[in-house]
Design a protein around this ligand. Sequence first.
Ligand SMILES: Nc1ncnc2c1ncn2[C@@H]1O[C@H](COP(=O)(O)OP(=O)(O)OP(=O)(O)O)[C@@H](O)[C@H]1O
Ligand SMILES: [Mg+2]
Length: 613
Amino acid sequence: MAKSTLAKTAALLRELWFYTAPRGNWRVRGRIAAAFGCLVASKGSNIITPLMYGAAVDLVSGDSGFSMKILMLVVTGYALSRLGQQVFAEAKQYLFAAVAQRAVRGGAMAAFQHLHRLSLQFHLDRQTGGLTRAIDRGAKGIEFLLTIAFFEVLPLFVEVLFVSVILWGMFGFTYAAVTFVTVMAYVLFTVRVTEWRIRFRREMNKADESAATRSVDSLLNFETVKYFNAEDVEATRYDEAMKHYETMAVRSRTSLSVVNIGQGLIIAVGLMVMMSMAGADIKGGHLSIGDFVVVNTYLLQLYMPLNFLGWVYRELRQSLVDMERMFGLMDENPGIADRLGAPDLIVSDAAICFENVYFSYADRPILKGISFTIPKGRRVAIVGPSGSGKTTISRLLFRFYDPSSGSVHIDGQNLREVTQASVRAAIGVVPQDTVMFNATIGYNIGYGKHNADQQAIEEAARLAAIDGFISRLPEGYDTLVGERGLKLSGGEKQRVAIARALLKRPSIFLFDEATSALDSQTEREIQAALNAVSKAQTTMVVAHRLSTIVDADEILLLAEGQIVERGTHSELLALDGLYAGMWTRQSDGFKSGEAGEQKPTTPVAEMMPGEPV
Ligand SMILES: Nc1ncnc2c1ncn2[C@@H]1O[C@H](COP(=O)(O)OP(=O)(O)OP(=O)(O)O)[C@@H](O)[C@H]1O
Ligand SMILES: [Mg+2]
């Protein structure tokens, strides 16, 4: 391994240690120590067993004059040491399982929490599936490293050393040397060949992921596939990935045979050398038959667990990579972070102020010097062409992003200086696109406020004009909404989102095209309800349909990142600029009844008596 890899591994292990045995947690540390004690005891028994076995063989293979008493003693010792090896091994598992699982949970939990701390931008840039895979694999990596690598493989190497020393003491240097050399040859061979094999495994994983991505993507787009009769194309794409997997899996299996045969060969040669040496020594009268048995048993006892070495080594490498990726996520900068010791936002009037705000996504400037205020309890509407930055303004208010320059204030407090949680608690958002949890309607509405009771949920549903729809469902509030809420119509989803925001009872409302998916009748009903509920609250509305914001206290017309016109509806019409043009176009649409089904057409004149249309 290169030096940097070693340093990286050491850093990973330090981090792992932190999750395994947190400082000051003496119960866990005690458990680890006890498990370690059991490990030593079990290995100790393991080393004694062949000696007892050899002694017994020597006794019975000598003259028949051996004492039964001594034999019983030796045989009991043999049985006990075998049993002890197992009992201590199980005790070790028992003690350590809790420690390992706790570390797995701690690591996964920390990564999960951190993902929620990261910025919206981070998540827009990533694929969620990949992130959850990273956590899953990282957690599995922790488990593997702790249970198999530390408690099975590492001790094995210590055992090899001990056995070599014992063989040296009992039979001389050559026996120890042959054992040691055989084991080392075995290990080196396995590691080298496994390194070579790893690429098949990698290719397999890649093919596996690509097959999974293709199948998930294609199933998510179920409707689109049908629209374009593309089942065969999808199947072919999937099959391509699977074919690659097939090839690589076969290669991986074949190369495993190379490992197995090579390992077998090395062991066979080692055994042959050792046993012929022992045979010669018996002939020369230096060793007894018991000694012969001891040598043989030690070797077999060492090699058997080594069988798994190839697999362990590969998994070990993979575990380190997976853990690195998981812990790497935790080093990811949250982007938007609370200043150290930042106070909570204190809301009194809930007045909003944007001061000369500039903002870019990466290098794309979106907002160029936006300034406006929304005084206590007022309603300000933002209108403008698609892509002009309306949603971006609402994201700045919610502090999903910080402005590149300029500032956003609520009640005179710069949002950068207060905690994000307190800002978000003050704002109720109905976003442009609503995604639901795959749970019941009741749960999705109740998400607006923790521990909201059924009565409050139903009240919110009533205000959002979705109570009628829910009461007609056979399962009412317990109806499942499907993945991402796709079993609801667009307008139903929007009303659930409205109910959710109303339930929150925030000081500030932020509606981003909250009613765009509704027919004009329902829209008017909800608009009335929203106006009533948000009457006392400071409200920012983003709208395409101008008819919904005619009575706003101020209307800002956004174009190319700047506010090009501002004023009340009548002021803007009098200005006879862009807004007036948009208004005329939209009301023309109404008048000619652009879509015949929009009957009864809402006469704009009726909504805005006295306005020139
Ligand atoms: N996370 C992002 N990263 C990069 N660019 C983005 C991101 N979000 C939005 N944009 C771009 O910023 C511009 C403004 O987006 P925004 O969502 O604010 O528009 P909008 O005025 O709300 O439009 P619409 O009326 O269609 O909802 C768009 O051109 C969009 O492509
Ligand atoms: Mg938008």
